[in-house]
Ligand binder design. Structure first.
Ligand code: ADE
Length: 248
């Protein structure tokens, strides 16, 4: 099996050392299912200070990432070019559906991490197939976002999560949150495990789980539930990330 490759464009390659060696991601690398490589735009800077940022034209606070080091770093990845994802608070909001779609799209991805106050717009225009935001807040750089994107996509790659059912039953699969879960002991601090889970009746347990999953979603994330109804009514646009992946 060919590993899925993630090429991270970052001026902080050391950020990913722990990420690559721990847990699900560490095992997936060890088992040859994924590869994570880092590429530093500083190595493509032409000036003696190896600078990758500059003042914004028109003035204003902060520095902007220069186009040449990032675009030349991307060029160095060769042909065929990977699917290029720019991590930015202006991007499409990341979610489970988008993670699933992208994980099936191709076998090589570039993740472009920004620092400073933002990117020269030509990086976005000439260097990205898709902009992704992991949430409506501003990080100091795209590195944490790259970890989120890689980890959520990797969970959908065959063999990465031991029991594939645990991925399909994850919260947010099909826009539903997961049902509540319990393990031993059957009673703790006066709180009892629901009787039905101790009954051994798998058909009833399955039905209970489905009902709880719907109830959980309605109560905690009514927005997801609305999205589910809209999908049935063919109002796809309100449900971000459920679109046809070939659109990108
Ligand atoms: N870089 C800075 N903020 C970000 C966000 N919310 N998502 C992705 N990349 C970012």
């Amino acid at each position: 099996m060919i590993p899925v490759r993630f090429e991270i464009i970052t001026i902080f390659p050391e950020y990913f050392i722990q990420f690559k060696s721990i847990g699900t991601i560490g095992r997936a690398i060890e088992n040859g299912l994924i590869q994570i490589n880092t590429h530093n735009p500083r190595d493509y800077s032409k000036d003696k200070h190896r600078s990758v940022d500059d003042y914004p034209y028109g003035g204003g606070p902060g520095m902007v990432m220069k186009p040449e080091p990032v675009l030349e770093c991307l060029d160095s990845l060769g042909e065929p070019a990977p699917f290029r994802i720019l991590l930015s608070p202006q991007g499409e909001l990341w979610n489970q559906n988008l993670a699933l779609h992208l994980s099936q799209k191709t076998e090589r991805f570039a993740l472009i991490c920004g620092r400073y106050e933002g990117f020269d717009e030509r990086i976005r225009i000439a260097g990205a197939d898709l902009d992704i935001s992991i949430g409506d807040y501003v990080l100091s750089g795209g590195e944490a976002a790259a970890c989120v994107v890689i980890e959520t996509m990797s969970r959908h790659i065959s063999g990465v999560v031991g029991d594939s059912e645990s991925v399909t039953s994850d919260s947010l699969g099909g826009n539903l949150l997961k049902h509540p879960q319990y393990t031993r002991p059957p009673e703790y601090r006066g709180l009892r495990v629901p009787e039905i889970l101790l009954s051994g009746d798998h058909r009833k347990i399955q039905k209970w789980r489905e009902e709880m999953s719907i109830e959980n979603t309605k109560r905690k994330r009514p927005d997801l539930f609305t999205c589910k109804d809209d999908l049935k009514g063919d109002k796809k646009s309100v449900c971000r990330g459920s679109e046809d992946p070939d659109e990108f």
